[in-house]
Write a protein that binds this ligand. Structure first.
Ligand code: SF4
Length: 642
């Protein structure tokens, strides 16, 4: 049941349809000069999908507060005009939108020639790679006034509420923390003085919008930094924000510089709930929101049923499924965010517009949605990995009669393997969503049915064929590769496949996954070594994820050897020359080859010969630069092209 989630809620005077708030996400098209069309369409699609209160990505209250080149600045009349349209369209769709008032402080990354970042003190930031200028008293007063002016704009522009961005290590947090506030004046020196700036901002915002307009304070419940804000100080700050007129506290966890993963797949869902619960206990009746790694409505339900917390903030799940609330209410399948960060956070960190691996429509909401085709046709999809399932889904939504053929006994392709890696079980849920959708849409899914050249006539009977046959492990010319204890990576994921001493050969994401699986502390104790030719293991993993996963491998004592040459496998182990050219041997009971992939594209010629319309998608098309984001996007594109 979802009775706690679906209960109406309240923030100040604002009535909420349920207890889930769509958390702020910087999308990367806030500053696009399109009259606000794409931004409005993004939020309208979610409002129509049953989202309650949504919080926009950060709107900078001043040019020096912008988080990067893609941020809108509230001083800019054209940005405000776009926001007015966004607020109006969301209202018309029955939605509720709060504007997030944002100042990055020392995390600001101004464009060349832009204003220099400012902060309480001149403390270098490894995140922005800037040393900010310390604000003087007049600068602090101006920053407070900037927030107040931004809040007044939000109200005038037709937003339903504002959220003050005081978490994740941005300007307000920088004042609160002894690591970044080295002042000894009325704005720093002890916790009470460090809290003066955020409290002044909150008071000024309240004064600007009046008592009846909801103001949410986003604050950090635990900065996860050595020498940072103490737990007692966090709770004192929460009480100070309550006293200064916040209508709700939205509790974030971690700064951008924290060495502890907060939103990656390696973090168990619900892990940070106690942090928000501690804040709730400190402020009594004031509504408090939990956030970070709450991925499903069922998890939100558990939070609301099991703690005094009032609301749950979920962000990425609304990228994965814009209609997650409506779908859950109606008992339809719900798409799941797999916490890969590949199309969302990693792109945002690279100043690119975000999208979503499992929902490539993110960022294209202003383009027409699939409408049922005038004349449904019969179409075959060969391969039920991510690309094939996504293509089949799109084709079925367009009303075509779709048949899927999968050679394996189960659908899912590479996602079935990934789903066995610790922390990645949601990859199986993403497959489960698509399979459930195909069932709902009457798609015939034949597993254990390999399509070969002999099926030319079968394929020729369709109006179109999507070839999504995926990849094969790349053959490697390593002496000894045919020995019985050497496995291609797909076999390594099977139960009981790995011995006690495991050597993984390869340096990409799959090799990292195999090492992670083999060293899972929940499994048998194993000695795991990764041998790779390059310098950086998992060099193509995303910026937000690579460090967290490699830290996990270190914690599990996986031995990573870069720069290896002259590999040779013997029954006893693997011999090689290390980066210095020294000969070495690592004993191994199991050797796993995870050294890349080649397209499994043998069927393409057959389909061509059959003379039907066809599209080749995902790994079957090309493995260079293949990732699941591309596989999903190509599957979706093939469905649109048919
Ligand atoms: Fe979730 Fe990945 Fe989509 Fe981001 S890109 S919302 S992490 S599934």
């Amino acid at each position: 049941g979802l009775e706690h989630v679906l209960r109406p809620g309240r923030i100040g005077r604002l009535a909420l349809p349920h207890r889930v708030v769509t958390g702020a996400m910087h999308l990367g098209w806030e500053a696009r000069d399109d009259g606000g069309a794409a931004l409005a369409a993004f939020y309208v699609e979610r409002a129509r999908g049953g989202a309650g209160l949504m919080v926009t990505g950060g709107a900078a209250v001043s040019p020096e507060g912008a988080g990067g080149p893609g941020y809108g600045v509230l001083d800019d009349a054209r940005f405000r005009a776009r926001l007015r349209r966004v607020a109006a369209e969301v209202r018309a769709a029955g939605g509720l939108l709060a504007l997030q008032l944002f100042h990055a402080g020392r995390y600001a990354r101004p464009p060349a020639g832009g204003p220099h970042p400012v902060a309480p003190s001149a403390v270098y930031s490894a995140f922005s790679r800037h040393t900010p200028t310390a604000l003087d008293a007049a600068g602090i007063a101006r920053a407070v006034a900037d927030f107040a002016r931004g809040a007044a704009h939000a109200r005038d522009l037709g937003f339903a509420a504002v959220e003050i961005m005081g978490s994740e290590g941005y300007l307000l947090d920088q004042f609160l923390s002894p690591l970044t506030n080295l002042r000894d004046d009325e704005w720093g020196g002890d916790p009470q003085r460090r809290s003066r700036f955020p409290v002044a901002v909150l008071r000024a915002v309240r004064a600007a919008v009046g008592t009846d307009f909801p103001v949410i304070m986003r604050m950090t419940g635990d900065d996860l930094l050595a020498g940072g804000t103490t737990r007692d100080d966090v709770l004192a700050y929460a009480r100070a924000f309550a006293a200064a007129g916040a209508d709700a506290l939205n509790v974030g966890v971690g700064w951008h510089e924290s060495p502890v993963p907060t939103v990656q797949a390696v973090v168990p869902p619900g892990h940070w709930v106690p942090v928000a619960a501690a804040v709730k206990a400190a402020v009594g009746a004031l509504p408090v929101l939990a956030s970070n790694r709450i991925n499903r409505l069922s998890q939100a339900e558990a939070v609301l049923a099991g703690t005094p917390l009032d609301l749950v903030s979920m962000a990425r799940p609304f990228l994965a499924d814009p209609a997650l609330v409506a779908n859950a209410r109606a008992g339809r399948p719900v798409n799941v965010c797999v916490a890969c960060n590949q199309a969302c956070i990693d792109r945002s960190l690279a100043d690119e517009p975000v999208s979503c691996m499992v929902n490539p429509r993110v960022g294209r909401e202003h383009e027409p949605a699939a409408t049922p085709a005038a004349s449904p046709r019969r179409v075959a999809v060969v391969g039920a990995g991510p690309a094939g399932l996504k293509a089949a889904h799109g084709l079925a939504l367009a009303g075509h009669r779709v048949t899927v053929y999968e050679a394996d006994d189960e659908p899912g392709g590479q996602f079935r393997l990934a789903g066995r890696v610790p922390g990645k079980s949601d990859y199986l849920a993403a497959v489960g969503f698509l399979v459930a959708e195909l069932a709902r849409l009457d798609v015939a899914l034949h597993t254990g049915r390999r399509i070969t050249a002999a099926d030319r006539d079968l394929l020729g009977g369709y109006a179109g064929v999507v070839v999504a046959t995926g990849v094969l492990p790349r053959p490697v010319p390593i002496p000894g590769v045919d020995l019985p204890h050497v496995l291609g990576y797909p076999a390594a994921f099977a139960d009981g496949a790995l011995g006690e001493r495991v050597v993984v050969i390869g340096g990409g994401g799959v090799a990292v996954d195999v090492a992670h699986l083999a060293s899972d502390p929940a499994g048998p104790a194993r000695r795991v070594t990764v041998l790779h030719r390059g310098r950086r293991l998992g060099a193509r993993l995303g910026r937000s994820t690579r460090w967290a996963v490699l830290a996990e491998l270190r914690r599990q004592r996986v031995d990573v050897v870069p720069g290896v040459r002259d590999l040779r496998i013997s029954p006893a182990g693997v011999c090689f020359a290390d980066a210095e050219g020294r000969p070495r041997t690592v004993p191994a009971d199991t050797v796993v080859i995870a050294a890349g992939q080649v397209p499994d594209d043998g069927l393409v010629a057959t389909v061509r010969a059959a003379g039907v319309w066809h599209h080749v998608v995902g790994g079957a098309r090309d493995t260079a630069g293949l990732d699941a984001v591309r596989a999903f996007a190509e599957g979706a594109a093939a469905a649109e092209a048919f």
